[in-house]
Design a protein around this ligand. Structure first.
Ligand code: WT7
Length: 637
């Protein structure tokens, strides 16, 4: 792969050297960039797999994102908000600060205390970061749910976190339609008596049903004090829970702390984005996902940056929306996903070429592997060959970026499709099944061998699962569940999930969760789902379904029923592209579905050893389905 020698001219060799000599002291030095009410006694208390960063230090995320800017940046825009329908709002650091203090006082008046959980189900409007920062101000733990999830998914999350307040909106805009969020919440909490209040932001002004629990945001904000002192919280005090799909069962609550998390964010924003006072940052992620938590809400505000926040679909009303926003707000740093880029690439170069994108100086990608040809298109057509591209690998669990080019720190050659190198302070390897380093250019499992400040504290209410999922495959190593290879220059290439998690348009979908949803349909006996490569989404879901004996229903009707069920139980993001009704699934003699086979067949790889297979006809049946898919792909090309 050809190299692209581009950088911003930064050469800070000291940071890497410090980190290599002693990563603990190194992170202690980085933490000093934040405001601490009291400093720590110990940088790291590492009791594997539990890390406590900056023990004894007290800090507040809301204070570090708002109060600290009131001297010199009070009138600087924090958020340049654009609604999908063309509305716009500008919120300065001072306005954000006042609104957050007011809303914190409202939460307090409703009896919210440190450690309480608050569920937030809002569209991408400024009230979303305001709510999060208000929670953080008093140490309430926010749990934001992506506005595309269904009532059942929300119910499970609210029930798991036992949130006593839910914040939502009457509606939100998506592709010109109003998504009725309040209706979904009404359905989700109907039997959850512990939910005391629902605070409703009026965004779409659509009709909603009101109950005695409901209160309106604006009415509450009209009559409340605008000063509220930020609580001095322990560095490890939980900041938020974010639910994410895994290999088993229901989504798990990733729990992040405060001091370590903010330190990780502060440093990565500086190193990766080379953030400057004059920048206009634009990250297209929804705040319902971790990228939005870290790189829309907390990190830009920690740095006192100005950012664009956009409410709706990236291609609404048409595929020039992002380019129009970049031109309109003079965006300098743009951070998006490969799926979004693949979609734009399909529309050709003339659309982006008809906008002035000359303010851009740095481009980022996140969430899934970026194909080299998409990388090159991004570099050439959007960045006009002058903007470095950072391909940032990380996860909900890692809190912030882990592998990325860092133009704010150093100038190194870029290779399209490689995340380049780990951030300073990390010991990352690629290993085989037994944990031995694999030779260079060999595919293996990515592992992280030491703790880092942004790492999750645990899984909400489940320390055992935390240990089992991330720290049991390899002793004292964090296992992210990704394949990778390291080349001769020490560059990492991330090669997709190694476990039973799919990445559809960059969103994580657990196969087990989806299968158990399908199997809960009364006509279904068994199911197996897997990913097939998709030109735009990266991966698309296909599902194999074995029906119960004597089911004579039409497959078209059954397919419809299953699709509705999946949308209702999980959400539209989990919708399979295709459902195949088969008579058997490939299983081992002990009855486990051999997903490895489904995966291999779906990517046209050789099937390998099938001697443990219970019934060889299942393989040939499924192989013929894949052959059909392959044929239809070839036909359409
Ligand atoms: C999984 C984490 C990163 C925050 C948003 C997604 C995949 C993420 C990359 C990348 C290749 C990537 C991995 C990872 N992934 N970024 N730059 N190149 N793969 O967070 O939903 O927790 O998903 O996304 O498979 O494990 P997430």
């Amino acid at each position: 792969m050809s190299e692209i020698n581009i950088g911003l001219g930064n050469t800070d060799t000291e940071t890497r050297r410090d980190a290599e000599s002693d990563f603990v002291t190194f992170w202690g030095k980085q933490a000093k960039n934040l405001f601490w009410f009291s400093t720590w006694e110990k940088i790291l208390d590492w009791n594997p797999p539990f890390a406590k960063w900056f023990v004894g230090g007290t800090i507040n995320a809301s204070y570090n994102t708002l109060d600290i800017h009131q001297q010199d940046k009070a009138d600087k825009p924090a958020i340049l908000w654009e609604g999908e329908n063309g509305e716009s709002r500008i919120l300065t650091y001072k306005e954000m600060w006042i609104k957050v203090q007011k809303f914190t006082n409202i939460l307090k008046s409703l009896g919210v205390k440190k450690g309480d959980r608050i569920t937030i189900y809002l569209p991408m409007i400024p009230e979303l970061p305001i709510s999060m920062l208000a929670c953080a101000r008093i140490g309430a733990i926010h749990t934001v749910i992506f506005s595309g999830f269904s009532a059942t998914s929300i119910r499970d999350r609210i029930d798991d976190s036992k949130s006593k307040i839910v914040i939502t909106a009457d509606g939100g805009y998506r592709r010109g339609n109003v998504i009725k969020l309040k209706e979904v919440i009404d359905e989700a909490i109907k039997d959850l008596d512990f939910v005391q209040n629902v605070i409703v932001v009026e965004r779409a002004k659509n009709k909603i049903n009101l109950s005695s629990k409901d209160m309106f945001w604006n009415e509450l904000m009209n009559d409340v004090s605008d000063t509220c002192v930020a609580e001095k919280l322990d560095s490890s005090h939980p900041l938020y829970i974010l639910y994410t799909s895994g290999t088993t069962g229901k989504p798990k609550g990733v729990l992040h702390g405060t001091g370590g998390y903010l330190t990780h964010l502060y440093s990565t924003f500086k190193w990766a984005f080379d953030i400057r006072d004059s920048d206009v940052f634009f990250c297209t992620a929804d705040i319902g996902w971790v990228t939005g938590h870290s790189y829309v809400v907390y990190d830009p505000l920690l740095h006192g940056a100005t950012q664009v926040m956009y409410e709706g679909a990236p291609d609404f009303p048409d595929a020039s929306r992002m380019w129009e926003i970049i031109q309109k707000y003079h965006v300098t740093i743009f951070y998006t996903t490969p799926t979004t880029l693949r979609m734009f690439m399909k529309f050709g170069d003339s659309l982006p070429n008809s906008f002035d994108l000359s303010t851009l100086r740095l481009l980022g990608s996140v969430g899934e592997p970026i194909n080299p040809e998409v990388w090159k298109w991004y570099f050439k057509v959007i960045g006009k060959e002058k903007c470095p591209i950072i391909d940032t690998w990380w996860q909900t669990e890692t809190g912030g970026m882990m592998i990325s080019a860092l133009p704010g720190l150093e100038t190194i050659p870029l290779k399209p499709g490689s995340g380049t190198r780990p951030i300073p302070g990390l010991d990352v390897s690629v290993v085989d099944e037994s944990g031995n380093d694999v030779p260079e250019n060999t595919k293996g499992f990515l592992v992280i061998k030491n703790p880092w400040p942004g790492m999750l504290l645990t899984l909400w209410g489940d320390d055992k699962k935390y240990r089992d999922v991330y720290w049991s495959k390899y002793k004292n190593c964090y296992y992210p569940g990704d394949y990778a290879l390291k080349d001769a220059d020490g560059y990492f290439w991330l090669l997709g999930r190694a476990d039973d998690v799919l990445k559809v348009s960059g969103h994580r979908i657990g196969t087990a969760e989806l299968e158990s949803c399908i199997v809960s349909h009364s006509d279904v006996a068994e199911s197996a789902v897997c990913g097939v490569s998709d030109e735009i989404k990266g991966e698309a879901i296909i599902a194999f379904v074995v029906l119960k004996q004597n089911v004579i229903k039409d497959h078209i009707i059954l397919e419809k029923e299953l699709l509705i069920k999946i949308r209702n139980d999980i959400g539209a993001i989990a919708t399979p592209k295709q459902i195949y009704f088969v008579t058997k699934l490939p299983k081992t003699r002990s009855g486990k579905i051999m997903r490895r086979l489904l995966k291999a067949m779906s990517s046209n790889e050789t099937i390998g050893d099938v001697s443990t297979l219970e019934d060889g006809t299942a393989v040939s049946e499924i192989q013929s389905v894949f052959d059909e898919i392959q044929k239809s792909i070839q036909k359409s090309n």
